[in-house]
Design a protein around this ligand. Structure first.
Ligand SMILES: Cc1cc2nc3c(=O)[nH]c(=O)nc-3n(C[C@H](O)[C@H](O)[C@H](O)COP(=O)(O)O)c2cc1C
Length: 490
C-alpha cells in the first residue's frame, strides 16, 4: 500500500509557520481616488491598473504582508482583483515572501523571487520520502545577510534564523522526513516543501538512492559542474534578479585600468625595425580584418536577402565533414560522432547551434528559425510574436540602435556535447568557442558586404520559452546582429 501523502503527522508541531507576500521595502503603492494604482520605486512609478475598493483596501496591507494563502490563485475567498494586482507586482519583481515563526511572527526565511513567474508552492510531502540538499545549493554572505542560492532555483532565500543553516548541513546525505520531523530544530514541513519547490533540496523515494549526481533525477543536470551552471545562469539574463550590463558601478571609487598595459621593465625589441611592413597587410585576411567593424544601423529599405543569408550561413557554419571515433579503441560504447564546421572548436565537439530571429529578410517570412547545419536548411520554430519582439528588442536595446537588427543570430550551446567529455572547464570552452564563432560571423559578413555586431547579453529564459528546451540542455551563449549597412552601394 502507498504511504499516505500528508502535510504533517498528526500531533506534530501544532501551529505551522506562516507564509506571507509583501512589497519590497523600497516600494510604495500610489493609490489615486479613481482607483488607479501604481508602484513607486524612487522617483519612478510603475502603473498597475485600475482596481476596486476591496482590492485597494487589501493592497494597503501589502507593505506589512498578506497571508499568501488568501491571495493564491485558486483560493476560493481570494479577491480576484487582488490576485491580479499581486501578479502584476510579481511580474515587475516588486514582491518578496516571508516564512515566519507562528509564535513570534519573526521571519525564518525571506524568499526573493529571481524570475517574474516565480510563485512559492508547498508541494505535499510523502511520509516515507527522503530529502537531500542539491549539489548546486550554496550558502554565502551577501551584504549583511546569509543567502541560500542555487543556479537551478527561481528564488534566493535569505536565512534569518541561523539554526536553519545547521539543519541544512544535515541534509548533505538523504534523510527520511519521518526521522527529521522528530528532531529538535526541525523547521517544519512548509520550509522543506518550499526548498523542494525551489530545487534547493530534492526529494526521493528512499534514503538509499544516495546523493550522487544522478540521484538528483536529471541526466542533463548530472553533466554540469557546479561552478559552470552557476556561471551560466548568473552571466546571462532571465534566471536572476541581479543588476547586469554596463552599469559602471565603480566610477569615482576605483580608477579604470589603462587601455594599454604599462610596459614591463627591460630592453624592448622593436618589432617595426625587425619586420618592416607586415607581408600579409595586403593579403585578403589583412583587408578583411581592417574592414571589419561593428554595425548597429541597417538599411531597412534594402534588407538582407534569403540568398545572402544562405551564403552567410553556409560559409560560416555549415557542416563540412563527418566521422566517428572511439574514446578507447574497440570500445563501441565510447563511440562519438563528429561533424566539422568551418571554425575551430574545443575538442572538436562543435556544440554550437544557430537560431535566427528574422525581422526583415527579403524572401523569408518574419519569424524564428533553427539553422540545420547538417542539411544546410532553415527550420521554422513556432515562437510567439511577442517573444520574437522581446528577443529582437533586447538586442536593439543592448546596441543602443534605432531599430531591430534585420536578423538576430543566437548562438546556443548543446552543453552536454562538451561536458560529457570535459570536467572543470567545459563551460569555459563553450564561451571560447562562441567567441571564435562570433569573429567568424563578423568576417564572413564583412567579406559579403554585410554588417553585424556582437551582443553581450542574452535571455536564457526567453530562449527556453521560445524553443521549449530546458535552460540547462541547450541555451544561448552568444548573440550576433546581422543586416545590410546603409552605405552598401559604395
Ligand atoms: C563579446 C562581445 C560583446 C559585445 N556586446 C555588445 C553589445 O552588447 N552592444 C553593442 O553595441 N556592441 C557590442 N559589442 C561590440 C563592441 O562594442 C565592439 O566590438 C567594440 O566597440 C569595437 O568596435 P568594432 O567592432 O567596430 O571594432 C560586443 C563585442 C563583443 C566581441
Amino acid at each position: 500500500m502507498r504511504a499516505p501523502r500528508t502535510r504533517r503527522k498528526p500531533g506534530h508541531a501544532a501551529v505551522p509557520p506562516t507564509l506571507s507576500v509583501r512589497l519590497l521595502g523600497h516600494v510604495a503603492l500610489d493609490m489615486k481616488p479613481d482607483g488607479m494604482i501604481g508602484a513607486r520605486v524612487g522617483d519612478q512609478t510603475v502603473p498597475l491598473g485600475r482596481f476596486g475598493a476591496p482590492a485597494a483596501t487589501c493592497a494597503r496591507s501589502l507593505s506589512a504582508g498578506i497571508a499568501w494563502g488568501s491571495v493564491q490563485a485558486g483560493t476560493q475567498d481570494a479577491d480576484t482583483e487582488l490576485q491580479v494586482l499581486v501578479r502584476r507586482l510579481a511580474m515587475h519583481g516588486l514582491l518578496e515572501y516571508h516564512l515566519s515563526h507562528p509564535a513570534t511572527g519573526a521571519a525564518m526565511v525571506v524568499i526573493e523571487p529571481q524570475t517574474p513567474d516565480y510563485v512559492p508552492r508547498t508541494p505535499l510531502l510523502g511520509e516515507d520520502d527522503a530529502v537531500c540538499l542539491s549539489r548546486f545549493a550554496f550558502l554565502r554572505r551577501r551584504g549583511a545577510h546569509m543567502v541560500l542560492e542555487s543556479p537551478r532555483s527561481r528564488a534566493v532565500l535569505q536565512l534569518c534564523d541561523t539554526a536553519i543553516a545547521g539543519f541544512l548541513a544535515g541534509l548533505s546525505t538523504p534523510q527520511k522526513l519521518s526521522t527529521l520531523r522528530g528532531q529538535t530544530g526541525f523547521p517544519g514541513d512548509e520550509l522543506i516543501a518550499l526548498l523542494i519547490d525551489s530545487e534547493i533540496v530534492f526529494s526521493q523515494k528512499s534514503a538509499r538512492a544516495g546523493n550522487s549526481r544522478l540521484a538528483e533525477g536529471d541526466q542533463a543536470f548530472a553533466l554540469w559542474d557546479f561552478h559552470d551552471l552557476l556561471f551560466h545562469t548568473r552571466s546571462t539574463q532571465g534566471r536572476h534578479a541581479n543588476p547586469s550590463g554596463g552599469l559602471y558601478p565603480y566610477v569615482g571609487v576605483i580608477p579604470p585600468l589603462p587601455a594599454v598595459r604599462p610596459s614591463w621593465p627591460g630592453k624592448k625589441i622593436d618589432l617595426h625595425e625587425v619586420a618592416g611592413a607586415a607581408p600579409h597587410d595586403n593579403a585578403p585576411i589583412g583587408k578583411l580584418l581592417r574592414d571589419r567593424h561593428s554595425l548597429r544601423v541597417y538599411d531597412n529599405e534594402h534588407p538582407i536577402t534569403l540568398v545572402e543569408l544562405a551564403h552567410f550561413l553556409g560559409s560560416a557554419a555549415r557542416v563540412q565533414s563527418r566521422w566517428t571515433s572511439e574514446v578507447e579503441p574497440g570500445d563501441a560504447d565510447g563511440a562519438v560522432d563528429y561533424a566539422a564546421r568551418p571554425y575551430p572548436s574545443g575538442g572538436g565537439c562543435w556544440e554550437l547551434e544557430l537560431y535566427l530571429a528574422v525581422d526583415r529578410c527579403d524572401g523569408l517570412p518574419r519569424g524564428f528559425y533553427h539553422y540545420d547545419a547538417g542539411d544546410h536548411a532553415l527550420v521554422p520554430i513556432a515562437a510567439r510574436e511577442d517573444q520574437l519582439d522581446a528577443m529582437l528588442g533586447g538586442a536593439q536595446y543592448a546596441m543602443g540602435a534605432p531599430a531591430s537588427p534585420q536578423v538576430l543570430v543566437t548562438i546556443a550551446a548543446r552543453f552536454g556535447r562538451i561536458s560529457w567529455k570535459y570536467s572543470s572547464f567545459a563551460y569555459s570552452l563553450v564561451l571560447k568557442d562562441a567567441g571564435v564563432l562570433i569573429q567568424t560571423l563578423y568576417l564572413v559578413a564583412t567579406g559579403m558586404g554585410l554588417g553585424g555586431c556582437a551582443v553581450g547579453s542574452s535571455n536564457i529564459e526567453l530562449f527556453a520559452k521560445m524553443t521549449g528546451l530546458d535552460f540547462h540542455v541547450e541555451g544561448p551563449v552568444g548573440v550576433f546582429a546581422l543586416g545590410r549597412g546603409p552605405d552598401h552601394s559604395g
